[in-house]
Design a protein around this ligand. Structure first.
Ligand code: TXA
Ligand code: MG
Length: 317
């Protein structure tokens, strides 16, 4: 059984105490829920990999309340400083060189000489991280490869008993994971589309070379099949088959299939991102459907992140 705790004075104290004792506490961020544990504690980090069934070669993002806490572990270049000033707290993850004397568990960084860091912007995450005062390793709160959790219920449903505690904070507002930029090499590279768009980044980074949809070993998490519901996803479908569920986008008057949701009737991509995993969970839980058909979503702005998740969710390997 998972314990759900309320983010009040007592709840924060209990969650921080669990982190101090090397336990996992799941918590909300502005993007999605994370499975947090003390990033400097090898055993605590090992518990995250075990609970998620995550391959040990896939490193975790290190979260903190402020850049200063992270600067003890990561080399901030002038460009990293500029991005941090502009986008933190917020849904941007930076991959930087790891400092040789960093006390972050080598498990958390999968033995790499780089480290992914971010300062999330959610009142519950901010207060927890501030009270804990140390860096927290936190992957998205879903079993490896499965649908992302944007509510506490998604966590309790997808982990029958691996997660001892969740501190609750409602639905996470952005609904897709942070954007990841690798600044550890010669030129900045976009490793994952997320809720900060390439247009948002352009004033600082110009046009980014992307690594996406490759199974590149330098970004082990970028495996093709990911974010997958149990039912097959059929993309760019203008209508469902009789036995399919349908996930629409924009104004739609056609057939509704066996179950129906609209990501955004108004065609608003931010609303669509925020609803994406909510609705995929809901449709995936419908009895007797033969797959989920998904309407075309424009490849622009946060639509790039939505399409990235949908493509990976529909991949068969
Ligand atoms: O929005 C988010 O980023 C959420 C919330 C909880 O903060 N976290 C999240 O973590 O999405 P996760 O573990 O699901 O995705 C982290 C990604 C993985 O693809 C991993 O391979 C990549 O970050 N990553 C971590 N460290 C890296 C590194 N040193 N070099 C390249 N990629 C790295
Ligand atoms: Mg994930």
């Amino acid at each position: 059984m998972t314990r759900l705790i309320i983010p009040d004075e007592r709840g924060f104290a209990a969650a921080v105490e669990d982190w101090q004792n090397g336990e996992i506490v799941a918590f909300p961020t502005e993007t999605v829920y994370g499975l947090g544990a003390d990033a400097t504690n090898d055993d605590a980090v090992a518990k995250i990999y075990e609970a998620k069934g995550r391959p040990s070669i896939n490193p975790l993002i290190i979260h903190a309340a402020d850049k200063e806490t992270l600067a003890a572990h990561a080399e901030f270049t002038p460009l990293a400083d500029e991005l941090a000033t502009r986008f933190w707290p917020g849904p941007l993850t930076l991959v930087l060189k790891k400092k040789p004397d960093s006390t972050i568990s080598a498990n958390a960084t999968a033995g790499l000489d780089t480290i992914a860091v971010r300062v999330p912007n959610h009142p519950v995450a901010r207060r927890l991280l501030k009270e804990f005062g140390r860096p927290v390793a936190a992957p998205s709160a879903n079993p490896s490869g499965q649908l992302t959790s944007t509510t506490p219920k998604h966590i309790t449903q997808s982990f029958p008993d691996q997660i001892p505690t969740v501190i609750i904070g409602g639905r996470t507002p952005h609904g897709v994971e942070s954007t990841i930029i690798d600044l550890s090499g010669e030129t900045p590279r976009l490793l994952r589309y997320g809720s900060i768009t390439p247009e948002d980044l352009k004033p600082v980074l110009g046009d980014l070379e992307t690594l996406l949809v490759t199974n590149n070993p330098s970004a082990p998490g970028q495996l093709l099949r990911h974010y997958a519901p149990r039912n097959a996803l059929r993309l760019n479908a203008t209508a469902p088959e009789d036995d399919e569920a349908y996930l629409a986008f924009g104004p739609y008057m056609g057939a509704k299939g066996k179950a129906f949701k609209n990501l955004s009737e108004a065609g608003d991509l931010h609303e669509a991102a925020s609803n994406l995993f909510m609705y995929l969970h809901e449709l995936d839980d419908t009895d007797g459907i033969d797959g989920i058909a998904v309407a075309p979503v424009p490849e622009l702005g946060i639509g790039l992140a939505i399409n990235d998740r949908l493509r990976r969710g529909s991949a068969t390997e």
